[in-house]
Design a protein around this ligand. Structure first.
Ligand code: UD1
Ligand code: CA
Length: 453
């Protein structure tokens, strides 16, 4: 069977961050989680993750990963990292070593690496790079067989000319690996236990070594700096964008689209520039999303228009609704069908019935609105008394005039009308008009105060 070891103990000093390197995000998922997702598609006995720098931050940040967490207290090298788990792996298993900071590795490549390992004693994943700087180099003999791996820091000038690099990922029988690990030493420029030294040991014992190469250099691109993190992010975003376009989504500019999570889409969806999708989002058929929108954990029905600069977070938007421009839909909001929410309107924990409209400058929080309700400009649900939140419940076909305050808890019955500028403090009966206004006075010939000299 296959056991996988993901090395994730390094600090990643060059990231210049307090967070351990593998916790940095690409498309909303940690570097480590990307590797885990690819690895967990293989049939494995167990996935072990070696962590260390940053203590239990790494396991704590990944509560949903079904792995064996193994601590490496001091980071004495990649060989030392694997030593921490080798005794947990049955000797007849194949061990695949992966790196927690190489996030774009694909399942397909890992599958090839596993297959290659059935045909030899040790399989390496290598890659030919235009600029091999920083990587360990694969040194081959006259017949093209792998002879050893030399780290950049230990390499001669001639060896540094080699462009085939060690990605670090390999697959090997546990029994041999254990035996080789027992013989590693730290006689190298970094004073570390190099996992790569097992290659020379295999050669010395006439163990056959084969290698496969990654399809694209990006797949084996390690993340060591914030610049590399950004490169990987952009590359991954473009892959996702092209997948969506393959499903028929119109992206006005795939270079200005970001998806940090999962998106399920219907047909004829058009997404304008600078839209960010986060978490788990589903979008129905014939939906248009305008520029500069953030949509997180939302369910958007068919024929919805989301206009520019709107934020939708943890909400359900019913079919044929129109949101924005400049709307903010906050968590636990559910809009029924054909609802209109316009500019500078904030909804929070609100249920809005079919055909209702809240078009301008309003706050509706902790509220239930029936169908065909019209909320006038500048209406506020006063849901918070400084200590507790209270509900506003509005029936069907209610007309709320502009500049109304609804002081919750309060109920407005079906068909009621609220006059503009009213402060509603008591329940309003169905069909009634509620109005609270100070009578208008006129002071004739009023002289405005003048600025004092
Ligand atoms: C390693 C390889 C090098 C290869 C390169 C590819 C060795 C000796 N060298 O070098 O041939 O080209 O990766 O990226 O293996 N880690 C631990 N514990 C440790 C040390 C490292 O868990 O004690 C983890 C790191 O978190 C990281 C991975 O192992 O995920 C690689 O470590 P890193 O120090 O980046 O290796 P390189 O020196 O780049
Ligand atoms: Ca190192």
């Amino acid at each position: 069977m296959l056991s996988i070891v993901i090395l994730a103990a390094g600090q990643g000093t060059r990231m210049r961050s307090r967070a351990p390197k593998v916790m940095h995000l690409v498309a909303g998922r940690s570097l480590l989680e990307h590797v885990y997702i690819a690895a967990s598609r293989l049939r494995t006995r167990r996935i072990h993750v070696v962590y260390g720098c940053g203590g239990d931050q790494v396991p704590k940040a990944h509560p949903n990963m079904d792995v064996d967490w193994v601590e490496q207290e001091r980071q004495l090298g990649t060989g030392h990292a694997v030593m921490q788990v080798i005794d947990k792996i049955p000797l007849n298993d194949t061990v695949m070593v992966l790196y927690g900071d190489v996030p774009l590795i694909t399942y397909e490549t890992l599958e090839q690496l596993e297959e290659a390992s059935h045909e030899s004693g040790l399989s390496l994943l290598t890659c030919v790079l235009e600029d091999p700087h920083g990587y360990g180099r694969i040194l081959r003999d006259e017949r093209g067989n792998v002879a050893r791996i030399v780290e950049e820091k230990d390499a001669t000038d001639a060896e540094r000319e080699v462009c085939e690099v060690n990605t670090g990922m390999l697959a090997v029988r546990a029994r041999s690996l254990k035996h080789w690990l027992d013989n590693l030493d730290t006689h190298n420029s970094q004073g570390e236990f190099y996992l790569t030294d097992i290659v020379q040991m295999a050669v010395a014992e006439d163990v056959e070594i084969n290698s496969i190469s990654a399809d694209s250099p990006m797949e084996v691109h390690g993340v060591n700096t914030k610049s590399q993190l950004a490169e990987v992010e952009r590359y991954y975003q473009l892959i996702q964008a092209h997948q969506l376009m393959g499903q028929g989504v119109t992206l006005r500019d795939p270079g200005r689209f970001d998806m940090r999570g999962d998106l399920e889409v219907g047909s004829d969806v058009v997404i304008d520039i600078n839209v960010v999708i986060e978490g788990s989002v589903s979008i129905g058929n014939n939906v248009q999303i305008g520029p500069n929108c953030l949509i997180r954990d939302a369910d958007i029905g068919d024929d919805v228009h989301v206009l520019a600069n709107s934020v939708i977070d943890n909400a359900v938007i019913g079919a044929r609704s129109r949101i924005g421009p400049f709307s903010r839909i906050r968590p636990h909001t559910r809009l029924s069908e054909g609802v209109h929410v316009g500019n500078f309107v904030e909804l929070k924990n609100a249920e809005v019935g079919e055909g209702s409209k809240i078009n301008h400058l309003s706050y509706v929080g902790d509220a239930e609105l029936g169908r065909d309700v019209n909320i006038g400009a500048g209406t506020i649900t006063c849901n918070y008394d400084g200590a507790n939140k209270h509900k506003t419940i509005i029936g069907d076909d209610v007309f709320v005039g502009s500049g109304t305050q609804l002081v919750a808890p309060v109920r407005v019955g079906d068909g009621a009308t609220i006059g503009a500028g009213t402060t509603v403090t008591r329940d309003v009966e169905a069909g009634a008009l509620a109005i609270s206004r100070v009578e208008q006075r006129a002071v004739k010939g009023w002289k405005r105060p003048k600025k004092q000299p």
